[in-house]
Design a protein around this ligand. Structure first.
Ligand SMILES: *Cc1c(COP(=O)(O)O)cnc(C)c1O
Length: 391
């Protein structure tokens, strides 16, 4: 075993405590948690001052380029608890077909299981392992369930995934091949979430639903850390993120605050743009009405199933990040998504997933509406490999 691996080397941990994302109530870090006592997502806090004294950002360049190089900013205490499939840093690819000169896609489709759900779930499963959890359940529109099945298999856990009946077959097959149990539910992802909640006591499941445990945010946060490091500790002017439950958007915004506190980045933070589909746009509606929370979206419909999330428990955190960053929320329709996917595939050779294509369509719309200037540096997130969507 190479001693310079991020996964096997000694670990330092700087977690001080957890806190409720709504009330700020402090919670102990060394216990199993789902939602806070107020029923809201829980956020992990670190002693960034102490971390800054022992770690400098140039040290990160000398480590292997994967997610675990940010180990001091992650909650896993012991290297032996890490469940990893090789979460390599993902490339930032320039798109010459775009209206602006400086438009890039961060291609998260290169991660294990072909989507960025791997980032959240490798950290959440590692933490579950550290607490001795052996049975896990979650609702999923496809990619999260597949990633949980893969990491769960590696950790020797018993996994149950609830999917809407129209979840892409390719994701369901992938999940089953990893040995997970899959239950199809006639409804949306929040209906699936209710099934997890109902079975929790009876089956002894740990509920790993989006934002209903503290650690998937920490894994997704590494998108923001990685982006900053790849851009030599600068950040783009605007980030377009396909928003379902919002874990990645909330996580990246948290990453930027932490990097600021460490003094590793300075200047104006990126405007965060939440991209949704016109057939399911609860965050866009709430953003535009100035509301602090989003109402459930009824009869949700879009081919971009990864962002078909009628109600998000972290809605207030998404909206806070959009407003604090001077960003906004935008919805695009399925025709615009397919058209964007086809144009980028033909002219740039990049096969975006539908959700990634939605960010490109939203970028075009934002430029047309004068909300983003053509000379601004923009990063779009392609959250899964286009190969998973033989549409
Ligand atoms: C899960 C998923 C999203 C939404 O991610 P969140 O962080 O939960 O908002 C977007 N695109 C794809 C491909 C996904 O699998």
């Amino acid at each position: 075993m190479r001693s310079d691996s991020n996964v096997t080397s000694e670990r330092a941990n700087f977690v001080t405590h957890l806190e409720c994302g709504a009330t700020g109530e402090r919670l102990p870090a060394n216990e199993i948690h789902n939602l806070s006592p107020a029923g809201k997502p829980i956020i992990v806090r670190y002693d960034l001052e102490a971390m800054g004294r022992t770690l400098d950002r140039d040290e990160l360049d000398r480590r292997p380029a994967d997610l675990w190089r940010y180990r001091e900013l992650l909650p896993v205490r012991h290297a032996s608890d890490i469940v990893s499939l090789g979460e390599s840093a993902t490339p930032i690819v320039h798109l010459s077909s775009a209206a602006g000169e400086r438009v890039y896609v961060k291609d998260e489709g290169r991660l294990p299981t072909g989507s960025f759900k791997a980032r959240g779930l490798c950290v959440a499963v590692s933490m579950a392992k550290s607490f001795g959890i052996t049975k896990v359940a979650m609702p999923s529109n496809g990619n999260a369930g597949a990633a949980l099945a893969a990491y769960g298999a590696r950790a020797g856990m018993e996994i149950t995934v609830f999917c809407p009946t129209d979840t892409p077959e390719i994701n369901i097959r992938e999940t089953l091949i990893h040995g997970a149990r899959v239950e199809r539910v006639d409804g949306y992802i929040d209906d699936c979430g209710r099934r997890v909640a109902e079975g929790r006591e009876r089956e002894g499941w740990f509920d790993m639903s989006t934002l209903k445990e503290p650690y998937r945010i920490e894994g997704k946060k590494t998108m923001g850390l990685e982006l900053a490091q790849q851009l030599d500790w600068t950040l783009p002017d605007v980030i377009f993120y396909p928003t379902g439950g919002g874990t990645g958007l909330i996580g990246m915004w948290k990453a930027f605050q932490e990097l600021e506190q460490l003094g590793w980045i300075s200047g104006v933070l990126p405007r965060m743009v939440a991209v949704q589909a016109t057939g399911c746009a609860p965050i866009v509606r709430a953003f535009e009405s100035g509301a602090p929370h989003a109402e459930r979206w009824e009869n949700a419909a879009t081919l971009a199933v990864g962002i078909r999330v009628p109600s998000a428990i972290g809605d207030f955190l998404i909206l806070e990040a959009l407003r604090a960053s001077n960003g906004f929320a935008l919805a695009v329709d399925d025709d615009a998504i397919v058209s964007a996917r086809d144009r980028v595939a033909r002219s740039d050779g990049v096969l975006l997933c539908p959700e990634g294509a939605a960010t490109y369509a939203a970028y075009e719309q934002a430029v047309n509406e004068g909300r983003v200037a053509q000379d601004e540096q923009v990063v779009l997130f392609n959250c899964a490999t286009g190969l998973k969507y033989p549409l």
